[in-house]
Design a protein around this ligand. Structure first.
Ligand code: SAH
Length: 259
């Protein structure tokens, strides 16, 4: 929450002069160490966001609360996360709304989970790896706090074997063989429900799209999100030299009544 001074337990993003970013959790008696000495967490507690702190060696840091995107890029990860550029698009492509009943598999590090929960969805996650399931739960709790995290649960199971839930609004997949979920998704989703899959290779997309052709899903679409940052400094105003050229393809389809 912004507008509130920093307190013990808050996550804080520290930016140094070179725009390097560090995520810390404020604790009683804690300290942040850098190449140029340290500062005490107590120096931040009670201060407003955007304040500056200096280490004993004179290095200056701006302290601000992390956005969801900052947190996703800095949080502890087990599995590879879905990047912010795709997370934003997923919210609209899957038409996530407050109160939506969403099934997500696999859960991985929980980047997509926290995005969905923060948008107001009730999320059930299926994850085959217990260590990832635990990590995702910790990450969602750390980012969103206990109240919002109550709308997120993870069960340790293989979604290829079936889905128990019925009447779901949305099913979101980030796993290697989503075509094996199409049949289960058709009986777990409510009519008009949306299936979305994130896939790194176009071969996988082709296989999923083929499975969707012989299914009660329609309106299948696939796209990728290209995000090109710009360098803006004095007379030098141009696209950045580097960009993330590829992450994954997003495929959506809607459940209609089988003819
Ligand atoms: N979307 C996640 C990352 C998911 S990584 C994020 O944004 O953080 C893919 C995850 O799918 C891994 O954790 C893997 O263990 C899990 N997985 C793979 N096959 C699965 C299956 N059949 N059922 C459930 N989870 C599966």
């Amino acid at each position: 929450m912004s507008g509130r001074p920093f307190a013990v337990g808050d996550r804080v993003l520290l930016l140094d002069r070179k725009d390097r970013r560090y995520l810390v959790t404020l604790i009683d008696g804690g300290a942040f160490h850098s190449h140029a000495g340290f500062f005490h967490h107590a120096d931040l507690i009670g201060q407003d966001e955007g304040c500056q702190v200096r280490t004993t060696g004179g290095a200056a840091y701006i302290a601000i609360r992390p956005t969801l995107a900052d947190f996703v890029l800095k949080m502890p990860r087990g599995a590879q996360v879905i990047y912010p550029k795709d997370l934003g698009a997923i919210l609209l492509l899957a038409d996530i709304f407050p109160g939506a009943r969403v099934l997500e598999a696999g859960v991985g590090s929980g980047a997509l989970s926290m995005t969905l929960v923060r948008a107001g969805a009730h999320v059930t996650g299926y994850e085959i790896r217990p260590d990832f399931a635990a990590r995702a739960q910790e990450n969602v709790l750390a980012m969103l706090g206990a109240d919002d995290s109550a709308r997120f649960s993870v069960t340790e199971r293989d979604i290829y074997e079936g889905i128990d839930e019925t009447g779901l609004d949305r099913i979101l997949l980030d796993l290697p063989e989503p075509w094996r979920v199409v049949k289960h998704a058709a009986s777990a989703l409510a009519p008009g429900g949306i299936l979305l899959a994130y896939l790194p290779t176009i071969i996988q997309v082709a296989q999923l799209r083929e499975a969707l052709v012989d299914s009660p899903f329609a309106m299948a679409e696939t796209l990728e999100v290209l995000h090109r940052g710009w360098h803006v400094e004095g007379q030098s105003v141009r696209p950045d030299h580097r960009m993330v050229a590829h992450t994954g393809f997003l495929t959506t389809a809607r459940l209609i009544q089988a003819s």
